[in-house]
Each structure stands twice: as C-alpha cells, then as structure tokens.
Design a protein around this ligand. Structure first.
Ligand code: GDP
Ligand code: CA
Length: 316
C-alpha cells in the first residue's frame, strides 16, 4: 500500500526504535516524498573505521538487509573478523559483523578521500537500492557524552554497549553541537516538509542530538506544516533500552504530558499507545491513541498508515 499523498514527509529517527517506524513510513509514503534525518551523535571510530550506528540501522532497515533478531547489524552476518581480533587479544566489546564491516570500510575510505557523510550515505543507499533519502543531520562531528555516578563521563558507546546502559546518569550533553552546521540538504528537507514525524526513538539520546544542531528547531517551527511525535513509551515503560531509566534519572517525566514538555514548542500532535490512554492529555496538543508496539512488518506499516491518515486530518 502506498498512500496517494502529495505531501512531503520527513522523519527524525535514531536507531532501532526509529527504524521500525521508518520502515512502515517507507511502505506508505512514495520514496520521492520521504526523507529521514538521522542521528550522528553515536558515531565513533574503532579500528580506524568510522562507524555511524544509527545511520546504518536505518539504512539496513530501508534496504531490507537488517538483522531481524536485533534490529541492528546485517542479516545472516558472521563474526570471523571479531574472532580473529579476539585471537590477537583485543577486547572485542563492540559487535561488528563481517558484512557490516564492509559499510564502515567504504565509509572510511570515502571520508578519507574528502567526501562528506551526506554524500557517502546517499551513495551507500543508492548502491543498496534504497530510493528515499537518509540525511545525516550534520556533516560535522557531534558526540553524545554521558556523566555517570559510577564511572564519571562516558562516551556514548562506552555507556550504551560496554556498560550496557546500567550506570546512573547525571547529565547528558552533546559535545561540539553548537559548532555543528545543519546541512543544506537537511535545511531544504525541513523547509519543504508538510509533515514532520519524530519517530519513537530515545528522546534524549536520539532525537535531542538532532534538535540541538543550530537551525534545526528554527527550521521545524518556521514551517506551515504539522509536526507530530510517536511516543517510545508503552504503559509508561520503554519498549527496549535506557529511555525510561535515563529520563527518570534526569528527573524527566516519561508520561505523554512529559513528552510534550520535552518537545515543547515543536509538536502539533502526539501519538500514544492504547495502554497509556488514561494518562492526562497535554493541553492543546491533539493526540492519536493507537497500538504503537511494532513487532511485525504489518505492525510497522499499520502504525505508519494510522499516523499519516491522522496527520492528514490534522492538516485539513
Ligand atoms: P537506538 O538508537 O538503537 O537506541 O534506538 P532509538 O533511539 O531509535 O529507539 C529506542 C526507543 O525505541 C526506545 O525508547 C524504545 O522504547 C522505542 N521502541 C522500540 N520499539 C518500539 C515499538 O515497537 N513501539 C514504540 N512505540 N517504541 C519502540
Ligand atoms: Ca542510537
């Protein structure tokens, strides 16, 4: 099913949670009308390779090659390179599959040749046969840093992968964000967007590092169109990962009202799960109550269709 829509849809997405809705949207919005803006604040270098975990998760999902069991990495991947690194006595704390490494090798080679992350991402998508756009929010480095009670300040992957997001978080910030430039492609996509959808990604670790890049918030609020968020919380809990734990530790409220406060001044609507329908509404923000748990492809396409239908009615 592809909706007969003339509207330009832009999705803001992080990794695994965001990619689920991105997949659904890619099945209901024509590719030339659909753009994803992706997070680069989880990017890091390992073994001399530049890794962009969130861009890759979205790209593999759009290309239909994502590992269905994990939501990240490539389907049917093998671990020979990691086994050999282990044999050399390296601490192989970050899982890098053999097929996945091909992406990082090409990305790093092209970066070293002077291409931008935007150009490289477009090239990788094209070669994988993906027709919609995936735009890194910036070509400049931005790094999520996490101050923890137990280990002091940790880089994102140290917190998330090495320590399995167990440390108690005291503060999150995005190093170099103030100096980062929103790309022209992102500025163009946002200004042309009729509909902007914040995917059910981690608000602090995935969506905020997009919003803190100078110009992004302004570009969202400057338009006529609508901007809605799909809640990553179901029954007051994160479906997966640290979102609820971390937001609680930061003193943030994970209710629908709390989410509207977190995205204050940006939202024209909020999509919440049926299990949260008794939560008090946020004043002045329309909401769609529907099933937001996405397990199968059908769930993802159905939720994307519901959101697009509802947004169409919000605009009318
Ligand atoms: P990451 O970058 O890989 O950590 O992924 P994201 O930030 O994009 O997504 C993480 C968020 O996705 C978590 O807060 C989860 O609660 C949320 N999430 C995962 N699966 C689902 C789902 O099926 N439905 C909803 N509503 N949220 C989900
Ligand atoms: Ca991420």
């Amino acid at each position: 099913m592809v909706l007969d829509t003339q509207q330009n849809v832009v999705a803001l997405a992080g990794g695994v949670g965001g990619a689920k809705l991105v997949y659904g949207l890619s099945q209901v919005v024509p590719p030339e009308r659909f753009t994803v803006i992706g997070n680069v604040a989880d990017d890091f270098d390992l073994y001399g390779l530049h890794i962009s975990p969130d861009l890759d998760t979205v790209m593999y999902t759009l290309a239909g090659v994502a590992n269905p069991a994990t939501g990240w990495g490539v389907a049917d991947d093998t671990w020979n390179m990691l086994d050999m690194l282990d044999r050399y006595g390296e601490d192989v704390w970050f899982r890098l599959g053999d097929r996945d490494v091909a992406t990082h090798v090409l990305r790093t080679m092209w970066l070293n040749e002077g291409h931008t992350l935007t150009e490289i991402t477009a090239r990788l998508l094209e070669r994988l046969g993906v027709r919609c756009q995936l735009l890194p929010v910036t070509d400049d480095p931005v790094h999520t840093l996490i101050d923890t009670l137990e280990h002091g300040t940790l880089g994102f992957q140290d917190y998330f992968v090495r320590h399995r997001w167990q440390p108690t978080v005291r503060r999150v910030w995005y190093r170099y964000a103030e100096q980062a430039c929103m790309t022209d492609a992102v500025a163009g996509a946002l200004s042309d967007a009729d509909v902007i959808i914040f995917c059910p990604s981690n608000p602090v670790l995935s969506i905020d590092p997009l919003l803190v890049v100078p110009g992004v918030r302004e570009a969202i609020t400057a338009r006529q169109g609508v901007c809605v968020a799909v809640s990553p919380f179901i029954g007051g809990k994160a479906v997966k990962g640290p979102a609820a734990k971390l937001m609680g530790e930061l003193g943030l409220d994970i209710s629908p009202c709390g989410l509207c406060q977190y995205y204050a001044g940006l939202l024209d609507g909020l999509v919440i799960d049926t299990s949260d329908q008794d939560q008090p509404p946020a004043e002045g923000i329309p909401r769609l109550v529907t099933q937001t748990l996405m397990q199968s492809s059908e769930d993802k396409i159905r939720l994307a269709g519901d959101v697009i239908d509802w947004v169409g009615r919000l605009v009318a």
